[in-house]
Design a protein around this ligand. Sequence first.
Ligand SMILES: C[S@@+](CC[C@H](N)C(=O)[O-])C[C@H]1O[C@@H](n2cnc3c(N)ncnc32)[C@H](O)[C@@H]1O
Length: 286
Amino acid sequence: MLKPKSSKIPKPTRYQNAAIDYYIGLTNSSYLHYGYWEPLPTHGEELTLTRLRVAQESYTAKLLSFIPEDIKTVLDVGCGIGGNAAYLCSRGFSVEGLAPDALQQERFFQNTNGQVPFYLTRFEDFNKSYSYDLILFSESSQYIAALDLAQGAARLLDSGGYLLLADMMRFDAEYQEGIFSNCHIASELQIALKKSGFNLIKTEDISTHIAPTIDLCVDNFRTFGLTTVKYIADVVAIAVPPLHALGRLAFKRWLEKPITEGLTARVIFESHLRYEIQLWQLSKKV
Ligand SMILES: C[S@@+](CC[C@H](N)C(=O)[O-])C[C@H]1O[C@@H](n2cnc3c(N)ncnc32)[C@H](O)[C@@H]1O
């Protein structure tokens, strides 16, 4: 087993890690991605966490369908807690994972039975003396600047090697602020990848198949999150009125806007973004 490399984690990454840890707590799944809902839920059908877990298995199978036949070694960048790595390992791939979060590292080892090397580092700081056949970015591309991603991947692949990327992307470059604004502008990512020697081999828009997860999160937040917060606020109003007044001010000042925005996440996603799986290949030397 390779020894994990420790690294200094920047503050924005720590915020993201906190959100991811919250998601882990909610779903109790070994995947941190949106899943692939197939068949799509019918109108009015209840969306459940059990169905989300099925969709997450389907998503990983979908990723597998994009992996060319001759691939043996995979670097899983932003590997989360190991769901994808365990799945690929069970299908005979030799996998290594990396993510800049010690909590994920612990769960990664549990979910992969300690069989898969894990590097505790950001992709930007990762270096290896050997190359991989394929580099996977399953919902991790949005955390890494386009040029760092493209150049870093090119460095870790031999010519002819592959990059498989699945994520939300902004197709409306004017969308600059808000919950999904950290996602890449698709055209900019494409330019960075082409500049680094990659050619697009295959792409699929799976937006409609991930969207039920947004609905599920919003529904759960509305039903359990907001109801719980309201109950706590009511109790505080009775028990400690000045604290309630302070809480109201803080809510208005910092929370009302992001919460209102979060509740309209599906509309924001459909208006400005798409979710794509893209397979890229590094140019073969002539
Ligand atoms: C939404 S999760 C996806 C996890 C996993 N790939 C999956 O599909 O279940 C995003 C992952 O990217 C990682 N990440 C965030 N910033 C990163 C960076 N700069 N370099 C590498 N990974 C990063 C997070 O720690 C997390 O593991």
